[in-house]
Design a protein around this ligand. Sequence first.
Ligand code: GLN
Length: 300
Amino acid sequence: MENKPLWTITGVLEWTKQYFANKGIENPRLDAEILLCAVLKCERINLYVRFDQPLEDEELALYRGYVARRANQEPLAYILGEKAFMKHSFKVTPAVLVPRPETELLVESVAKAAAGSGAAALLDIGTGSGAIIVSLLDLLPQALGTAVDISAAALQVAGENAAAIGVAERLTLLESDLFSKLPAGQSFDIIVSNPPYIPAADIAELAADVQKEPHGALDGGTDGLDFYKRIISGCSVWLKPDGLLAFEVGIHQAQEVCALCREAGLTATAVRNDYAAIERMVFATREGTYYANHLLEITS
Ligand code: GLN
């Protein structure tokens, strides 16, 4: 009779929870469950229903590989190859930032703004996985999107997400350092961006798994504000006079970003908080526009 220990679902989860906890993983039990579900192709509830089921050797081998990667601080989303955002699951690779829940609030606000104004032309700067623009086009069937990124590998992912979610025919993807490759003469009703905003010196202090994300998507220069300054200065050319600029910002940056917008003539500004009550989004437009008259609604 074979004498090797039988790894049941419960046994494996208990072991992994402890192992992850020792490695400093923030949600050890949850991550263990999510990875095991990926192996067993089931929902988390099934782990509880099938708690005493032993794992097959191939399942264990696959699971061990995932556990080793997570213990090495690889973000869960890279191991799974996907991340839920708004209504869909987005493909993610190490070439793109993992979409964050707070960024859904940015999408929600921009969608509300666009639906109210009838905005047709949207630009997403630094699109990464495409989570923002693809979600917006999904929510706004009349809208047309342009998404730029300096990373060809990111644009590849964004294109796949756009196709999977059925908005590819309304999205133009462009490999471009901010506005540099946009066709002259074009302008946008709404420019949205979640640019890199971490002050360069703070990158080394980020959680170990965040540091595995592309530094080009995180590093916002000395004060973290480099990209806001460059994007705001481009708005005189690329944002329609009655358009809206919508940013995600880093902690403690909202007021400074508002001030930069006002200096550039986008004098009607508003801030929206994230789930942790941190000032996380900045909206800016000229006085008298539809957006200026609806800032409260857009940001709540
Ligand atoms: N939200 C990311 C973080 O968790 C930063 C993303 C960015 O720089 N835009 O730190």
